[in-house]
Design a protein around this ligand. Structure first.
Ligand code: UDP
Ligand code: MG
Length: 313
């Protein structure tokens, strides 16, 4: 099979501590892949500077002078990992784009296997963490429950896959059709369809520098995963409304029975408490109905592509 042109897409935010080493290792990887005939000699890397305020951009410029395979894109301000990655994916040339983190937590050894999977016909190859032993207990547990919740909400995500993946040109073009601003790429990519494969790898500790994903950014990303892909929480309101309505009708009959058949009835209790529950349920139902419309408005405003053509003959 003829080798294709690879482009490694790396978002970088204040990565001066790790970037020189990362660039050196990625260039060595490109040399190796070219020598093995897996990729074309004009394969490259695209480093996206996500509005860093350290020496990240200077390091990229200096590396470009030394080796033309280093390309840089600089965003005008910090837009966050997902947007930086998207900017790289939509602007990097090449037939195969592999996205990975600047801190080399993703195993470079998995990339040849991804390319082989592509040669076998997979348009998208997901890097999946085999083990999480370098992650804290909190991170492991929260990630597990988060993926569980997403699946319950009907969001199609690949478990233990972050943004280490290979995409063919066709998949990248299709990704360009998704115009939403609340980005959660690992939710969009499975929506593209196409044949996909999974390659497992072991996630390493960060090579140098500190995490650029504080808890606040992690929560914002997790919220995008729920709210950008699922309207199930809106349906829960309706269900809750029904349950409370049924309960309050039941309680009404119970109060009536107590009044008619026993001497224990408290004057004023039923007429105060039951309408309170009942009105609460009416409000929940009303919000649920509004939710039904909101969820549809939301789907329309996304202007996602309604279909993606893989082949025409
Ligand atoms: N990153 C970015 N913009 C941001 C935050 C992070 O481009 O606002 C990049 C960062 O440089 C790295 C990747 O996203 O290449 C993942 O970040 P990090 O390794 O800090 O996250 P963690 O692995 O700790 O979750
Ligand atoms: Mg990292």
């Amino acid at each position: 099979m003829k080798p294709k042109r690879l482009n490694l897409v790396v978002p970088c935010f204040n990565e001066e501590a790790v970037l020189p080493e990362t660039i050196a290792r990625l260039l060595a990887l490109l040399d190796d892949l070219t020598a093995r005939g897996l990729v074309r000699a004009d394969s490259a890397m695209t480093l996206v500077d996500d509005g860093s305020h350290d020496d990240t951009w200077d390091i990229i410029e200096a590396a470009k002078v030394r080796d033309a395979r280093v390309c840089g894109i600089r965003l005008s301000a910090n837009r966050g990992h997902q947007h930086a990655l998207l900017a790289g994916l939509l602007n990097a040339p090449g037939d195969l784009l592999v996205s990975l983190d600047a801190d080399l937590q993703d195993d470079l050894g998995a990339i040849p296997r991804m390319i082989e999977a592509h040669q076998r016909g997979a348009e998208i190859v997901y890097g999946v963490r085999a083990r999480r032993e370098h992650d804290s207990l909190f991170k492991r547990y929260s990630a597990w429950s988060y993926y569980w919740l997403l699946r319950k909400l009907g969001v199609d995500v690949v478990a233990d896959h972050a943004d280490f993946r290979l995409m063919g040109r066709q998949a990248v073009e299709a990704l360009g059709g998704f115009t939403e601003v609340n980005l959660f790429l690992r939710g969009i990519v499975p929506l593209l369809g196409f044949r996909s494969e999974v390659v497992t790898y072991e996630r390493r500790p960060r090579l140098a520098g500190e995490t650029k994903y504080p808890l606040s950014k992690m929560i914002a990303l997790a919220a995008n995963g729920v709210f950008s892909f699922s309207t199930v929480p809106l349906q829960w309101i309706t269900v809750l409304g029904f349950v409370v309505a049924l309960g309050s009708v039941g309680a009404g009959f119970w109060a009536l029975a107590v009044r008619l058949f026993t001497a224990r009835a408290l004057p004023g209790w039923a007429s105060t408490v039951i309408p309170m529950y009942f009105l609460g349920s009416v409000q929940l139902l009303a919000i649920g109905i509004i939710g039904g419309y909101v969820s549809r408005v939301y789907a329309e405003t996304k202007r996602r592509p309604r279909f993606i053509i893989e082949k025409t003959i």
